[in-house]
Design a protein around this ligand. Structure first.
Ligand SMILES: Cc1cc2nc3c(=O)[nH]c(=O)nc-3n(C[C@H](O)[C@H](O)[C@H](O)COP(=O)(O)O)c2cc1C
Length: 351
């Protein structure tokens, strides 16, 4: 979800700034491009070297590079960002945000930012409770910024109370949820089938096909990126799914694929049937490995259930069902026939 997003991370002078290193790592791992602006006080708490190494970008603290005189354009930084996060936000910087004070690169970039701004305050409990801090919080909220509330717990001072900066993984989850709200497939459930099925002949042999599963896995990832809640029913493949939001169900045979697809289909808004399901399976499965014999050998095959058709038969009007067709002759006509026969909304024709 954060893949290729430009994130401007502002860091203020607080003990909690050590958590910014972990947050940076999590953002980069999620595929985001991260640029960091530190206040000069923040550099007393954590080094720019650590953060530039983790973010893979130079850390900026000044309006210009003292060596070259090059301008660190707060205007460009503000325009570059898809999201700005200030974590930790000190009481001091919060107050500057509330009053439009613009005396360093971070506050100037904040004023230039056109993107959503998320502020994760960190401070001692009495600083947090102070009416001026609370007024500033209300003010920055009224400008359209979002506060990621601090938690209750032990503070750097040794006191216990509210003021601990939200944990980096909570901030990451918060940002992901925020992005999800804006995605076109939010609140939609998607079901994807992928890969081949294996139909056993005996304990060591099977009838399968060359499907790699790559297409179905890519579709599942894309649907998830668009905000859908995705279930992926996968035949045997060597693929891994890196997106932890995708619920993967492993199956082997066409019968198992049918069972799982029938289980998830009724609650699915969008179903993409991409698996290469075997049309036939051996009539009976030998209990022991079949010994090599002289002469010819044949296996009786029986038809498997047509999963796409059985889902098409029970499809409701509010559901979308998409099939795939691999045709070698009369491609278009055959694909159109399949759409009608199986009550599909769309078909992807491979030839
Ligand atoms: C050890 C130490 C810890 C501090 N922790 C915090 C803090 O968690 N939150 C905060 O608002 N200020 C904290 N301060 C005070 C800020 O560093 C100070 O207000 C500073 O001017 C903030 O500057 P900045 O907003 O430009 O980063 C701390 C100061 C020290 C010396």
């Amino acid at each position: 979800m954060l893949k290729d997003k430009n994130i401007l991370l502002g860091i203020c002078g607080s003990i909690a700034s050590y958590k910014s290193a972990i947050l940076t790592r999590l953002l980069v791992k999620s595929g985001a491009n991260v640029k960091i602006i530190m206040t000069s006080d923040a550099t007393h708490f954590i080094t720019p070297l650590t953060l530039s190494t983790l973010s893979k970008n130079p850390v900026l603290t000044e309006y210009s590079n003292p060596g070259t005189g090059e301008w660190n354009s707060h205007v460009e930084l503000g325009l570059w960002a898809d999201m700005m996060i200030i974590a930790p936000a000190s009481a001091n910087t919060l107050s500057k945000f509330a009053h439009g004070i613009c005396d360093n690169l971070l506050t100037a970039s904040y004023l230039s930012a056109k993107c959503p701004v998320y502020i994760a305050p960190a401070m001692d409990l009495d600083m947090w409770k102070h009416p001026s801090t609370q007024n500033n919080i209300e003010k920055v909220k009224s400008y359209g910024n979002t506060i990621i509330n601090p938690a209750h717990g032990e503070l750097a001072s040794g006191l216990i109370g509210e003021g601990r900066m939200a944990e980096p993984d909570e901030i990451l989850g918060f940002l992901q949820q925020e992005l999800k709200k804006k995605l076109p497939l939010r609140n939609k459930k998607a079901l994807v089938t992928a890969g081949p099925t294996y139909e056993a002949i005996d304990p060591v042999r099977f009838i399968g096909n060359h499907s790699s599963g790559k297409m179905g896995y890519a579709l599942a990832e894309e649907l998830s990126e668009l905000g859908a809640d995705v279930t992926l029913i996968s035949g045997p493949t060597s693929l891994n799914i890196s997106n932890k939001q995708i619920h993967r169900v492993n199956v082997t045979t066409a019968e198992e694929m049918l069972r799982e697809a029938s289980r998830y289909f009724p609650t699915s808004d969008i179903t993409i049937m991409n698996a290469a399901v075997s049309d036939y399976r051996p009539k009976s499965v030998a209990e022991q490995k079949i010994k090599k014999a002289t002469g010819e050998f044949s296996i009786d095959l029986v038809k498997t259930t047509d999963i796409l058709k059985s889902l098409g038969d029970i499809k409701r009007k509010d559901q979308i069902l998409i099939g795939f067709a691999l045709e070698t002759t009369d491609e278009e006509a055959n694909a159109i026939k399949k759409v009608k026969q199986k009550n599909l909304d769309f078909i992807v024709l491979n030839s």
